[in-house]
Ligand binder design. Structure first.
Ligand code: FE2
Length: 240
């Protein structure tokens, strides 16, 4: 039997992540949504202004390096392609204000212990690593926003397609009010394609296929911990 391609193995890891992560399968609640806004705003800033840039700094392929920096800049500085010139964390603040959070409250939030553990783990998986393992770390969770992984709505429309559906129902929001999720359905296809393409081009040549697949699995384990941490903290708020 022919050996599976490295991209097929990465896709399997993402599919497994989508199927097993409790946060995707348990009900969305008001408490969970509030904690998501506060944690994910910080997480986006940390990942895109610190962690992903370490990967860029290690990347010897100039075009890929510039693409990483461009993607980070859309996330933390300004996204003119999908976000009308706002950074993604600003768009997430707008979403938070629509579900009853004050901007000052969102900005005063502290990272949960699970979030802090995730950042420490990602530091180990993204800094001082082979850049191709880093590229997979940068893009493996964004990959879950591409349709085709997991089951049900997630398989049809991706992770943020699922969030759009359940946040829409829970908070009676629609269309533009849920733009944070909607814009990622496009942005994350582009961002994660960049990562998957780099793996396709370089992993075999550099004889690093197994390490890249292992990196993908580990990074997604950390994402699972991060998201389930948000779920648990949301439940502690006790608002359904
Ligand atoms: Fe984003």
């Amino acid at each position: 039997m022919a050996k599976k391609s490295v991209l097929a193995r990465l896709d399997e890891a993402v599919d497994d992540f989508c199927r097993r992560t409790r946060y995707f399968h348990e009900d969305m609640t008001r408490g969970r949504a509030r904690i998501f806004v506060m944690q994910h705003r910080m997480n986006t800033r940390q990942r895109n202004s610190v962690l992903k840039l370490k990967v860029a700094a290690n990347c010897p392929d100039w075009d890929t390096r510039i693409e990483i920096i461009k993607a980070c800049s859309q996330e933390v500085i300004a996204d003119h392609a999908h976000g009308g010139g706002r950074a993604h964390w600003e768009i997430l603040e707008d979403l938070g204000s629509r579900i009853g959070l004050k901007r000052s409250e969102i900005r005063a939030a502290r990272p949960l212990r699970s979030t802090q553990i995730a950042w420490a783990a990602w530091e180990g998986l993204m800094a001082n690593r082979h850049w191709l393992e880093g590229i997979v770390a940068n893009t493996c969770a964004e990959r879950a926003n591409v349709p085709g992984y997991g089951t049900g709505i997630m398989k049809k429309r991706g992770w943020f397609g699922l969030e759009r559906e359940r946040w829409g129902k829970l908070f009676h929001l629609s269309g533009d009010e849920l733009e944070f999720f909607e814009l990622h359905e496009t942005a994350d296809i582009e961002h994660s394609d960049m990562g998957w393409r780099a793996v396709e081009r370089f992993a075999k040549k550099l004889n690093i296929e197994d390490a890249v697949v292992a990196a993908c699995e580990k990074n997604l384990d950390v994402w699972e911990l991060y998201l389930n941490g948000i779920g648990a903290a949301g439940d502690r708020l006790g608002v359904r």
